[in-house]
Design a protein around this ligand. Structure first.
Ligand code: PLP
Length: 451
């Protein structure tokens, strides 16, 4: 699709709709002439060149990529109206779209019943899930693994709940024996399992943790902010089916459409299996709801104002690339195949070593033999790659403690209490045809960096 054409169509559709309300006098205080605009716009585009090329497969660093053009057009078209999805009065159309896309997400995870909404981010979505968890189990703690997103610990402090970090196994997944020991020892109300850890993309054993829910009466929350859409590939391309099938039985789920759902930032989602938890959101605002007795999204969310445009962007994207195996699943499958191929290339390499086999589309690797040497090499490779004007490559690093390292690579020791390794999130489907270049480029940088 031609982005310029559809951006113009968005402006035209908005103008046509606006005209139907009749003319009025624009206020001179808001007037900006094209010449001044052009100058300011020039300064903006100039400043924006100070960015990394997130769109290009040479950028193989953090979880960053531009939204799909359909998301851009959907977002912009709605943004010209600027609905607020807090209340039906703030934007009936986008509130309806939000209900539809949330329903599609619930279906994707296999929920039969649900209550849910979009949020500004995965952090806020998890906060909502933990807030409901606290209301249901007041005074009890929340457990998550040491590889869980750092915001779980932070939000436990915000909520005044004791947070407990559970050790992980040698693939970076919650150790369920350690969890069970904690459940026996402490008063825990909720366990957070991460389906796709942010660092390594490890999928924690949701299916096995469910047995503990019955035994210890805990809630199970699945943080799938990053990994959630990989449920579309469950049982395929080496992605195990059991944990994803089990997600359907979790009490709550978080997924971020602004990570793997092709959306711009400002789009997370939280889903609850039991719609009755809506009662914890009751409030009595004298000014927000007036046109309808129907449930407003603001009555089931902690946030007040939220961009209706986010719902429109996701809705339009799902019309074209629905959250199904042959829709969005094809996009994720390409990144997954790229990760598998790269892992093979690294295994054959005498320069680079795989930190652990990729479980999703994140590849973690290193060069060097000792912790100190690996740390130094990661730093040099990343900087040399980013600053090469002719053939740049953009990577990210992940810090790994000595013990965590030794569990995977017993011979790697010495010189430091840990090391930075290299980490590439292959979240663009274009990585599939580019991965051999990426590999060769990084092998060359490794040769230059460590001689
Ligand atoms: C990214 C991420 C979060 C935080 O989400 P934001 O949208 O960045 O606020 C939480 N959990 C996991 C597993 C994540 O990958």
């Amino acid at each position: 699709m031609d982005l310029s054409r559809w951006l113009a169509a968005a402006a035209a559709a908005n103008a046509e709709w606006a005209e139907s309300y009749g003319p009025f006098e624009p206020h001179p205080a808001l007037a900006v002439d094209d010449e001044r605009f052009a100058a300011a716009f020039g300064r903006l585009t100039e400043r924006l060149t100070d960015n990394y090329p997130f769109f290009h497969p040479r950028y193989a660093g953090q979880m960053l990529k531009p939204p799909h053009p359909a998301a851009v057009v959907g977002y912009l078209t709605a943004m010209l109206i600027n609905p607020n999805n807090h209340a039906l009065d703030g934007g009936p159309a986008t509130a309806a779209m939000e209900r539809e896309v949330v329903g599609q997400l619930a279906t994707m995870f296999g929920y039969d019943t649900h209550l849910g909404h979009l949020t500004t981010s995965g952090t806020i979505a998890n906060l909502e899930a933990l807030y409901v968890a606290r209301e249901l189990h007041p005074g009890k703690g929340i457990a998550y693994s040491t590889e869980a997103h750092y915001t779980h610990g932070r939000m436990c402090r915000v909520l005044g709940v004791a947070g407990h970090a559970v050790p992980v196994d040698d693939r970076g997944r919650m150790d369920l024996d350690a969890l069970e020991a904690l459940l026996r020892r402490e008063d825990i109300g909720t366990v957070v399992l991460t389906a796709g850890t942010t660092g390594l993309g490890a999928i924690e054993p949701v299916h096995e943790a469910l047995a503990l829910r019955e035994r210890y009466g805990v809630r199970i929350h699945v943080d799938a902010a990053y990994g959630g859409f990989f449920t579309l590939l469950a049982g395929d391309l080496g992605i195990p089916a059991e944990p994803w099938r089990a997600v359907a039985r979790a009490d709550s789920i978080v997924v971020d459409p602004h990570k793997h759902g092709l959306q711009p930032y400002g789009c997370g989602a939280v889903l609850f299996q039991d719609p009755a938890v809506g009662r914890f959101y009751l409030h009595d605002s004298p000014y927000t709801y007036f046109t309808s007795e129907e449930l407003h999204l603001g009555e089931i969310s902690l946030e007040c104002s939220r961009a209706g445009a986010s719902a429109a962007g996701l809705w339009l994207t799902f019309q074209l690339l629905p959250p199904t195996a042959d829709g969005l699943g094809r996009v994720l499958a390409a990144g997954r195949r790229a990760a598998l191929r790269w892992a093979e290339l690294i295994e054959e390499s005498d320069r680079l070593r795989l930190f652990q086999p990729p479980e999703l589309d994140i590849v973690a690797y290193f060069a060097g033999d000792s912790l100190a040497g690996i740390d130094e090499a990661s730093n040099r490779i990343m900087h040399a790659g980013m600053t090469d004007a002719d053939d740049p490559v953009f990577l990210s690093t992940l810090r790994v403690g000595a013990e965590r390292f030794a569990r995977r690579h017993p011979k790697v020791t010495g010189g430091a209490d840990g090391a930075r390794i290299l980490r590439s999130v292959l979240m663009k489907p274009e990585a599939e045809t580019y991965v051999e270049n990426l590999h060769r480029r990084i092998e060359r940088l490794a040769t230059q960096s460590i001689g």
